[in-house]
Design a protein around this ligand. Structure first.
Ligand code: UDX
Length: 450
């Protein structure tokens, strides 16, 4: 919404949320306090806020005044009832639709921005269609493909903008109204229009394909470690095939983020609900592989540290699910930490952007042990050198650029020996670290055998 406001100064954009603290943070004079850390976002908010970009808790007023409403609430995996652990929870979407239906006095375009199961638009349409007050709504699907950490550049230069709508004259008109907004900065050939169901399903499909690529290269990373191949070399070799392409072939300790797991589980659920068991099993394997990758990273740590990590200090560099974000949702670090804490390890975490409260909240949410125990076993430092000091090993969980620039000699000198690094992001330079004396494990190329 900030980018739309910046690119279209003649359009008034109001972002509303029930959460007063969040809205206050979006209105904070100090741009460092915005609730989301995203490179370049602060400048955009600075330019547009107060001009044509507003943040408010007056939801009804904003609905009443709007000609177009984007529903952007979260659609987490259901934690109860039918479809528990798989289906998307559409409670918040439905509440939004009901509020829009209750408040609206004139015709509006309602845009699904949240990622939704295919055919959700029909539910929204049904709710909005039964207001009895004669107001007409057009429902569009406009999924968002931005990735975190690069959100601003992805929005300014999207590969494509996808808009799905009804093929009726009213639907076509609504599609062109939304297309015209994007056309202020996106070339026309990159604005793709489809029917609503294709648009909804394309978003789930894109995320499934991306996650599948990561699981595919991670599956190969294990074969590489066994066979003496190096996954980085394999990725380069296959990525030069123009049919495969070089992106999304970086082996890792496992993908995280708010989308991949949730959307694949949702896809699996949809396939099952159509009775397509083979299709469901096929996509579920992407998640199974991802869980396996985290497990085997932990097992590697335990095995290398002489089969016990009890009372051993393990330093974690990185907690975010990827670099350049403070988002930790589904981050591999959470599961890896949880397993190691089960083994009574002492963990010390450093992440450049994630705060202590978030890290404890992530662990407490799992409910594996009491919050006090999490606090006793895991500490958080504001210096990477303190995190690593007197540790048995360092585990790299996020690919923050700054980790490459550390004084690794100083870290080596401060650690217990043998000092081991478990590089879950294939980020550091094996030769340099081995020369310093480290035992160095890298995902997809293993430990050098002497
Ligand atoms: C993803 C999609 O890319 C985006 O289009 C969609 O809108 C939302 O979901 P995001 O979750 O922000 O975006 O991050 P992404 O860059 O896709 O990375 C997801 C996870 O996969 C991260 O944990 C990342 O570290 C991991 N990953 C990615 C790898 O392990 N290897 C890779 O080669 C690429």
């Amino acid at each position: 919404m900030a980018v739309i406001a910046q690119q279209c100064p003649h359009i008034e954009v109001t972002v509303v949320d029930l959460n007063e603290k969040r809205i206050a943070a979006w209105n904070d004079e100090n741009l460092e306090n915005l609730p989301v850390f995203e490179p370049g976002l602060g400048e955009i908010v600075k330019e547009a806020r107060g001009r044509n970009l507003f943040f408010s808790t007056e939801v009804d007023k904003a609905i009443d005044e709007a000609e177009m409403i984007f529903i952007s609430v979260n659609t987490p995996t259901k934690t109860y009832g039918k479809g528990k652990g798989m289906a998307a929870d559409l409670k918040y979407i439905e509440l939004c639709a009901r509020q829009i239906a209750r408040v609206s006095k004139n015709d509006k375009i309602v845009v699904e921005k949240s990622t939704l199961p295919v055919r959700t638009a029909s539910a929204i349409k049904s709710i909005l269609g039964h207001t009895g007050n004669g107001v007409k709504f057009e429902i569009l699907s406009n999924p968002e493909f931005l990735a975190e950490g690069t959100a601003v550049s992805d929005l300014l230069k999207p590969d494509r903008v996808l808009i799905g709508g009804d093929t009726t004259p009213e639907g076509t008109k609504a599609i062109s109204t939304l297309s015209e907004i994007y056309a202020h900065w996106v070339p026309n050939e990159r604005i793709l229009t489809t029917n609503v169901w294709s648009s909804e399903l394309s978003k789930l499909t894109a995320n499934a394909f991306l996650a599948q690529r990561v699981s595919s290269i991670n599956a190969m990373s294990e074969i590489c470690e066994k066979s003496g191949a190096d996954v980085n070399e394999v990725a380069k070799a296959i990525g030069m095939d123009s049919r495969i392409g070089p992106k999304f072939l970086k082996a890792s300790v496992g993908f995280g983020g708010s989308c991949f797991q949730k959307d694949i589980l949702n896809l699996v659920y949809i396939a099952k609900s159509y009775g397509l068991d083979e299709v469901a099993d096929y996509w579920e394997q992407v998640i199974i592989m991802n869980d396996h990758q985290k497990d085997r990273f932990v097992n590697q740590i335990i095995k290398t540290l002489y089969n016990t990590v009890s009372d051993k200090k393990i330093a974690f560099l990185g907690w975010a699910f990827k670099k350049d974000t403070n988002d930790t949702r589904e981050s591999a670090a959470i599961k890896v930490a949880d397993h190691l804490l089960n083994e009574q390890a002492q963990i010390s975490v450093y992440d450049p952007k994630v705060n202590a409260a978030q890290i404890y909240a992530d662990l407490d949410y799992l409910g594996t042990r009491a919050p006090k125990e999490n606090k006793d076993l895991l500490s958080i430092t504001s210096s990477p050198y303190d995190a690593c000091k007197e540790s048995h090993c360092v585990a790299i969980l996020t690919e923050w650029d700054e980790f490459k620039t550390y004084d690794w000699k100083k870290i080596y000198d401060s650690m217990l020996k043998p000092a081991v690094i478990f590089d879950g992001r294939a980020l550091l330079n094996r030769n340099e670290l081995e020369e310093l004396g480290f035992i160095y494990y890298q995902i997809g190329s293993g430990i050098t055998q002497h």
